[in-house]
Design a protein around this ligand. Structure first.
Ligand code: NAD
Length: 489
């Protein structure tokens, strides 16, 4: 893997103000694979100043949408050419199985970019509307200004593109603070942005830890924070944004529910739950880790979930056959292990897996994929986000109880309903307090809004709604035909 010595600020690669380095460690070999600068608040100040200057004094915010889309179309072409490289980089730095990195990480980021280009084609900066007090008013959709984008390590390209693409369509400028565990994909993306040739200061990259992120959030010259990460960090960021009245959108944690109704097809459940509950080695915000099964069919559901995990290959993320890779870091591995031990202390029964390394893997931050049976929804393993391949199967008495239990969570990001009666599945979906719900599957759709109810976030990404998050609305009253035309004048 390539190391980097410079940051991307104001349209060029520039040294950091300090010699400190971030070591990127392979979760599979536990060896350092590359280093990048560990930025300082002074670097962040420079990046924000460049983004501010581009927002205030360059023509970028007032370029036509068509010009901005042309640059993004060029980015899509370059991205597609380097997609295999991007997938390898993401797998190497954070351990995602390569089959998922190709489709679900780099591949999905490209689809997000193309979807936002499509949305941008119908983006109208000005709209004329008939008024009650004015014959017409003009509504302008202006860029919100300087955007501080802060992203996590688990799906770094997806969440970066989900912010960068709409921000650029809207005419904002961006400072990206990538996660210290996974900075290499951001550097590769910025090589592409540099090749495309965005005007100086429109896109800026500052890798670093949470202190540098906090400096970005507090910075008076930043107009909006677009954050994806944990609910704990989201709360801290929202508090600062509240104090400074900065716009913010937050994509946070999840502890999502898969509700298996009595008439579900058990034979298709193992395949369906692979995507719904286990993508990215369990390190995905949408994973449905609380699986609700009726007492009548409880044993069958546990068996289906165990069958699913039993058939998933655990190991080297670069192996195309691997479906579950290592955890991103030693800290994450230990966190998951602690939850597996906690589940047993809380009285849940191990139906599969447990603590300790998976057989045959002596290095790497691996955990054993685990299923808990006889779990209750009140247990900590059912309420707290574990962020690893650990599932709880929770029994319910009837459908009303299943819905109540699924909703009894501080989170509300994703859910699914499994049933042979799809019309009834839609009725159940309508009662789940969750930003996305799948029926007999869990999918993704980058032209539709994605985001969380409750503590899973504020705001939406993707689609028209995702673009609106980067827009300030301005209403312009027309010059009156005569001063007495309005009772308010
Ligand atoms: P994290 O909250 O620890 O860190 C995320 C990013 O925020 C990192 O870049 C980190 O350096 C930075 N950061 C942390 N505290 C900060 C602060 N106070 N001020 C400014 N920046 C700060 O999360 P993580 O462990 O990197 O990622 C996993 C979490 O992300 C999980 O909770 C997962 O559910 C969530 N996530 C949510 C979505 C979604 O779309 N809802 C998508 C992916 C991941």
């Amino acid at each position: 893997m390539r190391s980097y010595d410079t940051l991307y600020i104001g349209g060029s690669w520039t040294p950091s103000s300090d010699d400190a380095r971030i070591e990127v460690i392979s979760p599979h070999t536990e060896r350092v694979i590359a280093t990048v600068p560990d930025c300082t608040p002074a670097d962040m100040d420079r990046a924000v100043a460049a983004a501010r200057a581009a927002a205030d004094r360059s023509g970028w915010p007032t370029t036509s949408v068509a010009e901005r889309l042309a640059l993004l179309e060029r980015l899509a072409v370059v991205y597609e050419q380097r997609l295999p490289e991007m997938a390898e980089v993401v797998s190497a730095e954070m351990g995602s199985p390569i089959s998922f990195s190709q489709v679900g990480q780099a591949g999905a980021a490209l689809v997000i970019l193309r979807a936002m280009i499509a949305v941008g084609r119908s983006f109208e900066v000005t709209e004329q509307r008939s008024g009650m007090l004015n014959p017409t008013v003009t509504i302008r959709r202006e860029p919100v200004g300087v955007v501080g984008a802060i992203v996590p390590w688990n799906v770094p390209q997806i969440v970066t593109m989900a912010k960068l693409a709409p921000a650029l369509v809207a005419g904002c400028t961006v400072v990206l603070k990538c996660a210290p565990e996974s900075p290499l994909d951001a550097f590769l993306l910025f090589e592409m942005l540099d090749e495309v040739g965005f005007p100086p200061g429109v896109v800026n990259l500052v890798p670093g830890g949470r202190e540098v992120g906090a400096h970005l959030v507090r910075h008076p010259d930043v107009d909006k924070i677009a954050f994806t990460g944990s609910t704990a960090a989201g709360r801290a960021i929202a508090a600062v944004c509240g104090e400074t009245l900065k716009r913010c959108s937050l994509e946070l944690g999840g502890k999502s529910a898969a509700v298996v109704l009595d008439d579900a097809d058990m034979s298709s459940l193992p395949v369906g739950l692979k995507f719904a509950s286990m993508i990215n080695s369990g390190q995905a915000c949408t994973n449905q880790t609380r699986i609700f099964a009726s007492r009548k069919r409880y044993a069958e559901v546990v068996e289906a979930v165990v069958t699913m995990l039993n058939t998933m290959k655990v190991g080297d993320p670069s192996d195309p056959a691997t479906e579950i890779g290592p955890m991103v870091s030693e800290r994450q591995q230990q966190r998951v292990e602690k939850y597996i031990a906690l589940g047993q202390e809380e009285g849940a029964k191990l139906a599969f897996g447990g603590t300790g390394r998976p057989p045959g893997l002596s290095t790497g931050w691996y955990v054993r994929p685990t299923v808990f049976a006889d779990a209750t929804n009140e247990m900590r393993i059912s309420q707290e986000e574990i962020f690893g391949p650990v599932l709880s199967v929770i029994p319910y008495a009837d459908e009303e109880e299943a819905i109540a239990l699924a909703n009894a969570s501080e989170y509300g990001l994703a859910a699914s309903v499994w049933t042979s009666d799809t019309a009834h599945g839609a009725e159940v979906a309508a009662r789940l307090r969750s930003g996305t719900v799948g029926i007999n599957n869990y999918s993704a759709e980058f032209l539709a809004p994605f985001g969380g109810y409750k503590c899973s976030g504020i705001g939406r990404e993707f689609g028209r709604e995702g673009l609106e998050e980067y827009v300030e609305l301005k209403t312009v009253f027309p010059s009156p035909p005569e001063l007495s035309a309005s009772p308010f004048r």
